[in-house]
Ligand binder design. Structure first.
Ligand code: AP5
Length: 194
């Protein structure tokens, strides 16, 4: 049965890199799987409503607006599920100007109904280095203590998701130079679910 997998990771952990590998590996192995980026869907919705913003600035918008768009995005993504398994690339939390805000609150979970939560993690020092070296994006603080705190918060939020939905959480590591292995680990999880 096709299922929905929420894949989350803190900024700089290498989520995009691993999911690009996942797309390549799933094509090689001919696995029926669709990957959708929650941020992309939100960004399109911002544009559609005449409030076009850079993806790294969405988290600085008014929280009520972000909440509305987040719910619309969740409903839109939910409509993509069914035929093949669906990987939803997102965040357990977003650092907004109002504080740390859940990426998958109850209403989002109720729309997506995930079968599993996968957290991509990496060594905090590696994440910090990746945040510094990736100049293409406006990243969060690269201080080691902030990266450690983000990794912890991600797990706290994932545990709430797991309890609310009654689903398991798995952690996939993305060590330096091993993004393909991380992608294969996620594909194994997807295949076990189907
Ligand atoms: P989104 O685009 O999903 O998030 P992001 O924080 O920008 O993270 P990325 O997915 O781009 O990837 P990454 O930082 O993990 O790492 P990357 O692969 O680039 O979301 C954008 C926005 O959408 C959010 O800020 C938020 O506003 C909004 N949003 C999303 N979901 C939401 C939700 N549910 N509710 C509300 N808002 C939501 O890699 C970084 C660097 O590391 C690169 O230089 C790469 O080459 C390097 N690297 C990666 N892996 C390795 C490796 N294994 N070895 C060596 N180098 C590596």
């Amino acid at each position: 049965m096709p299922g929905t997998i929420i894949v989350a990771g803190i900024p700089g952990v290498g989520k995009t890199t691993v999911l690009q590998e996942l797309e390549a590996v799933r094509q090689e192995k001919n696995v029926d799987l669709k990957i959708v980026n929650f941020g992309d869907v939100m960004n399109q919705l911002f544009k559609k409503q005449g409030k076009g913003v850079h993806r790294d600035h969405m988290r600085r918008q008014d929280i009520a607006l972000q909440t509305r768009i987040q719910q619309q995005a969740a409903r839109k993504i939910a409509r993509m599920s069914g035929i093949s398994s669906l990987v939803v690339d997102t965040h357990m939390f977003v650092r907004t100007v109002d504080g740390l805000w859940p990426g998958t609150p109850r209403r989002v979970l109720e729309a997506l109904h995930p079968d599993i939560i996968v957290l991509i993690e990496a060594d905090p020092e590696e994440v910090s280095r990746r945040r510094i070296s990736d100049t293409s994006r406006e990243r969060e603080s690269s201080k080691l203590e902030d990266v450690r705190a983000d990794l912890e918060w991600s797990r706290y939020m994932a545990s709430v998701n797991a309890v609310l939905e009654g689903v398991p959480v798995q952690i996939v590591l993305n060590p330096e130079g091993h993004q393909k292995q991380a992608a294969e680990d996620i594909l194994t999880i997807v295949e076990k679910m189907s």
